[in-house]
Design a protein around this ligand. Structure first.
Ligand SMILES: NC(=O)C1=CN([C@@H]2O[C@H](COP(=O)(O)OP(=O)(O)OC[C@H]3O[C@@H](n4cnc5c(N)ncnc54)[C@H](O)[C@@H]3O)[C@@H](O)[C@H]2O)C=CC1
Ligand SMILES: O=C([O-])CC(=O)C(=O)O
Length: 334
């Protein structure tokens, strides 16, 4: 049977890279047929018709049907998975939370529509910024769907972190594993390399002993963290537009691992805290997780030293403040 997948913001930049990957089987499996519903706002319907034409022209074996709509109730009807990308992107000089007032209402409305129409075991990945808070709002408005079925994208931050370490060590990117992104998809996130390993053949070398170079150890505590935190802003500065190709690629990685499992490594996902690591229950916070049979489990028992504690609490506080701002923005709009 086909998997039914919705992509919102389907006429935008991220979707333009994401759609072909989903349609080709890179997310739900190389033999898994898909039906895709594409949602955008009414002024984008002409563009979306063009996107649909291009999808048809891909002539793909797994793509069974494409439905284009500006109605969330049509877009989410009976879906198994949803990528919620549609939202305003930030411009140079903005923080992602500056998008709150504009974007949070979209996720409230889409939570309502998911509640009415989606399958109860739908997997929802929120990409649109501010991603953590939007995911929290969306879930709050879809009460009959388990909060465990909502997550937000911090995989792009993980990929950036992994790639930067690989470049510094001059090793292949896939040999760097278990870098963690804690907290908010924002400049307060904590990219944590303390438990990372580098695979050298069958050997798993802890990053702390990989080259015994004090300058590298210092880099991991300073410039590495800053450059991952600021990477989105650096791309905006250079491109005049926010990351799209890499954001789509990370969305593929996130949903694929949720659907198909993580096997022998941890990945970072924004999920609701149950109080793990002293992070207040109910915060949509990025943790290291593993996934098996579509069930996400937070990796527990990691040692949190004072350096990490301070950074993890700072990003948790920002999320609490964002959530309060979102609630008050929604209150004012009533
Ligand atoms: N979590 C992450 O790692 C990342 C998140 N983002 C965020 O993803 C979002 C989308 O980025 P882009 O594709 O570059 O933006 P874009 O502006 O190219 O596309 C956004 C699309 O969403 C549509 N849209 C607006 N309101 C909508 C609604 N209510 N329902 C459905 N569609 C709606 C717009 O018409 C537009 O076609 C932004 O909020 C951006 O900040 C971007 C990169 C990484
Ligand atoms: O920085 C932005 O606004 C877009 C984004 O979330 C990212 O590239 O990580």
């Amino acid at each position: 049977m086909a998997v039914k997948v919705c992509i919102t913001g389907a006429a935008g930049q991220i979707a333009y890279s994401l759609i072909p990957s989903v349609a080709k089987g890179e997310v739900f499996g190389a033999k898994q047929p898909v039906i895709m519903t594409l949602l955008d706002i009414p002024p984008m319907m002409k563009v979306l018709e063009g996107v649909k034409m291009e999808m048809v022209d891909l002539a793909l074996p797994l793509l069974q049907e494409v439905i284009v709509t500006d109605d969330p109730l049509v877009a989410f009807d009976n879906v198994d998975a949803a990528f919620l990308v549609g939202a305003m992107p930030r411009k140079e000089g903005m923080e992602r939370k500056d998008l709150l007032a504009a974007n949070v209402k979209i996720f409230q409305a889409q939570g309502d529509a998911l509640e009415k129409k989606a399958k109860k075991d739908v997997k929802v990945l929120v990409v649109g910024n501010p991603a953590n808070t939007n995911a929290a709002i969306c879930s709050k408005n879809a009460k009959s769907i388990s909060p465990a079925n909502f997550s937000c994208l911090t995989r792009l931050d993980q990929n950036r972190a992994q790639a930067q370490i690989a470049e510094k060590l001059k090793v292949p990117v896939p040999t760097v594993k278990n870098v963690i992104i804690w907290g908010n998809h924002s400049s307060t996130q904590f990219p944590d390399s303390r438990f990372a390993i580098v695979e050298k053949g069958a050997e798993k070398v802890p990053i702390t002993t990989v080259n015994n170079d004090p300058a590298f150890a210092e880099y991991l505590k300073t410039d590495f963290i800053k450059s991952v935190q600021q990477r989105g802003a650096s791309v905006i500065k250079a491109r005049g537009l926010s990351s799209a190709m890499s954001a789509a690629n990370a969305s593929v990685d996130h949903m694929r691992d949720w659907w198909q499992g993580t096997k022998d490594r941890w990945v970072s996902m924004g999920v609701f805290s149950n109080g793990e690591y002293g992070i207040p229950a109910g915060l949509m916070y990025s943790f290291p997780v593993t996934v098996a049979n579509k069930k996400v489990t937070i990796v527990e028992g990691l040692d949190i030293n004072d350096f990490a504690r301070e950074k993890m609490d700072l990003t948790a506080k920002e999320l609490k403040d964002e959530k309060a701002m979102a609630d008050s923005a929604l209150e004012q709009k009533k």
